[in-house]
Design a protein around this ligand. Structure first.
Ligand code: TEU
Length: 510
C-alpha cells in the first residue's frame, strides 16, 4: 500500500442501511458488511467509505447523529465496527467513516440540555428567525414553547452547531481522535462548507456575502483537523463540498487543509464531449494549483443514479432541477454508464464508486409515496430514496439475498433487479460487474502514470496514461476511428470493426 493512498484509490461508498442485512430486520448492518467483504475484495477496491452508523433517531437516515462515539443498535455495536475495521485491513481495504459536524440530532444530549436551558451557546438560539432557506428547502428556524427559535439548515431534527464555541471545536477534535485511534483511515466530512455562520445572522441578500455558505473562517477548522490527521500515519480527510466556484472549492484542498473533496462539478456535467472535456480540464488545472488529487464521482446516496441520469434527454444533475418522472431510456443510460466507468477509472486521481453502480442499478423511481422515508421529499417534492434501495445479491425475487429471509425491507426493491444481482452477473463477461472488476484490476497498471490528451475529432475524448495505455470515449452520434494502438485491452461495448461506436469507451495498448 502506498502512503498517499487516497491520491489514486478506488473508494467504494457503503450505505449501511442498504448494503447487506445479517440480522434479518430488513435494514442493512455491520455484520452484513462484514459478511460481504469478499464482494469488495473481488471488486478490487482500495477503501470503503461508510455513511453514518451512529445512534440516531433516523430523521435523516442517520445524518442526524445522537452520539458520535457509538453505533446504532440497528447497525450493530462498537465491537463489530472494530471487527469490520480489522477484517477490512486484513483484506487490504481501508476504511473511511462519515462525520457530520454541521449539526447533531435533536436527541443529542447537548441539544436536550439546551432545551432545558443549559449550554444553549453550542447551538444558534434567537428571538427572531431570519429569511434563510434550508438546504432541503423550507424554513431554517423552529420555534420552541419558550418562544425562542433555533437554527437548522436541514430538518428541525438536525439543529446546527455553533462553531464559534470552542467547546464544539474541542468535541469534534476529540471525536476524530476517537476514530483514528480505532484504526479508521479517513474521514468523510458532511456538508463541509456550511459549518461557520456569520454570527450577526444577517438576512440572505443577493450580491452580499452569504451568511453560511463557504465563509472564510471555515478553513481554520480544517487546518486544525489536518494537524490532528497528520499526527497519525496515512489518514485522509475528504470533504463534501458543493461549490460552483472552482477556486473557492480548491481552497479546501490547500496543503494544510483537506486531502481531497468530491468532484460534484463532474457529477453534474452533461453527457457531452465539449462540456466533459472542459470539466475534466477545469478539474485537473484547479487541483494542480494546490497539489491535491482530483476525484471522479458519478453517484452517491444523495443523487439520482447515473444509469438513469444518462438515459434522460437532460443528462445533468442539480438539486434545483427536478427531473423525476421524465422519460428514461435505461438501455442507453446503461451503455453510457459502462463508458463512464472506463472514463472515471482511467482519469488521474481517485475514483469513487457508489454501492450498486458496479451492478448497473438505476434509480428506483417506483417507490410508493407512503413508503418514502427521505425528509427531503416533503420539502422539495424529490426523494433520494430511489438511489438508497437495498442491494440485490442473489436469487430471483426480493429481497434478492439482501436479507436472509423474506422480510419486508426498509425500502422495496424493483422486481427487474432479478437480472442485476451479484450472483447473476458474476462470470458473465458482458455484465457491468465484470466490467468494473476487470477495469479496477487493469487500473493498477497505470494509476500513477501521467495523462496527456490525444487530438481527435469532435465528440471524442482521448488521452494516454503513460507509455502503455490510450483511452478513447465516443460521445458523438457516429462511429469514429480508434486512436493508434497495438491491441484492445477493454471495451464498454463491442467495437464496430476498427471503429469506436457511439457512447462507447475503450482502453487500448499503445
Ligand atoms: O448532504 C449535504 C447536501 O447535499 C447539501 O448540503 C446540498 O448542498 C443541498 O442539499 C443542495 O441544496 C449531506 C448528506 O450527504 C446528506 O445525505 C444529508 O442529508 C445532509 O448532508 C445532511 O446531513
Amino acid at each position: 500500500m502506498s502512503t498517499a493512498w487516497w491520491r489514486d484509490a478506488v473508494i467504494y461508498q457503503v450505505y449501511p442501511r442498504s448494503f447487506a442485512d445479517a440480522d434479518g430486520d430488513g435494514i442493512g448492518d455491520i455484520a452484513g458488511i462484514r459478511s460481504r467483504l469478499g464482494h469488495l475484495r473481488d471488486l478490487g477496491v482500495d477503501a470503503i467509505w461508510t455513511s453514518p452508523w451512529y445512534p440516531s433517531p433516523m430523521a435523516d437516515a442517520g445524518y442526524d447523529v445522537a452520539d458520535f462515539r457509538d453505533i446504532d443498535p440497528v447497525f450493530g455495536t462498537l465491537a463489530e465496527a472494530s471487527a469490520l475495521i480489522t477484517e477490512a485491513h486484513e483484506a487490504n481495504i481501508r476504511i473511511i467513516i462519515d462525520i457530520v459536524p454541521n449539526h447533531v440530532s435533536s436527541k443529542h444530549p447537548w441539544f436536550q440540555k439546551a432545551l432545558a436551558g443549559e449550554g444553549r451557546d453550542r447551538f444558534w438560539f434567537r428571538n427572531e428567525p431570519t429569511n434563510w432557506t434550508g438546504e432541503f428547502g423550507g424554513k431554517t428556524w423552529t420555534r420552541l414553547p419558550d418562544e425562542s427559535w433555533y437554527l437548522h439548515l436541514f430538518t428541525p431534527e438536525q439543529p446546527d452547531l455553533n462553531w464559534d464555541n470552542p467547546e464544539v471545536r474541542a468535541e469534534f477534535e476529540s471525536i476524530l481522535r476517537f476514530w483514528f485511534d480505532r484504526g479508521v483511515d479517513g474521514i468523510r466530512i458532511d456538508s463541509a462548507a456550511l459549518l461557520v455562520k456569520d454570527p450577526a445572522l444577517p438576512e440572505v441578500v443577493d450580491g452580499e456575502p452569504h451568511p453560511f455558505h463557504d465563509l472564510d473562517a471555515v478553513h481554520d477548522i480544517y487546518r486544525s483537523w489536518r494537524r490532528i490527521a497528520d499526527a497519525y500515519p496515512e489518514k485522509a480527510l475528504i470533504g463534501e463540498v458543493w461549490m460552483p466556484d472552482v477556486t473557492r472549492f480548491t481552497n479546501y484542498l490547500r496543503p494544510d487543509e483537506l486531502h481531497a473533496a468530491f468532484n460534484f462539478d463532474f457529477l453534474g456535467c452533461a453527457w457531452d464531449a465539449t462540456l466533459m472535456r472542459a470539466c475534466i480540464d477545469r478539474t485537473l488545472a484547479a487541483h494542480a494549483t494546490v497539489g491535491a488529487p482530483p476525484t471522479w464521482v458519478l453517484s452517491n446516496h444523495d443523487v439520482t443514479r447515473h444509469v438513469t441520469r444518462y438515459g434522460r434527454a437532460d443528462t445533468t444533475f442539480s438539486f434545483d432541477n427536478n427531473l423525476d418522472g421524465t422519460p428514461v431510456d435505461l438501455a442507453l443510460g446503461t451503455r453510457r454508464a459502462r463508458a463512464a466507468a472506463l472514463l472515471t477509472l482511467s482519469l488521474p486521481g481517485a475514483t469513487y464508486v457508489y454501492q450498486g453502480e458496479e451492478l448497473g442499478l438505476g434509480e428506483h423511481e417506483g417507490i410508493p409515496e407512503d413508503l418514502v422515508q427521505d425528509p427531503m421529499f416533503a420539502r422539495r417534492g424529490h426523494t433520494r430514496d430511489g438511489c438508497r434501495v437495498p442491494l440485490p445479491w442473489s436469487g430471483d425475487e426480493a429481497p434478492f439475498g439482501f436479507s436472509g429471509s423474506a422480510v419486508e425491507l426498509w425500502l422495496p426493491q424493483p422486481a427487474e433487479w432479478k437480472g442485476l444481482t451479484v450472483q447473476a452477473q458474476t462470470g458473465d463477461p458482458g455484465s457491468m460487474l465484470e466490467l468494473y472488476r476487470t477495469a479496477i484490476r487493469l487500473r493498477r497498471g497505470f494509476r500513477d502514470a501521467p495523462m496527456d490528451w490525444v487530438g481527435t475529432g469532435a465528440g471524442v475524448l482521448a488521452y494516454t496514461r503513460g507509455p502503455d495505455l490510450v483511452v478513447a470515449l465516443n460521445l458523438s452520434e457516429r462511429a469514429v476511428a480508434l486512436p493508434d494502438h497495438t491491441s484492445v485491452l477493454l471495451t464498454s461495448a463491442p467495437l464496430d470493426g476498427d471503429l469506436l461506436p457511439p457512447d462507447t469507451a475503450v482502453w487500448l495498448r499503445r
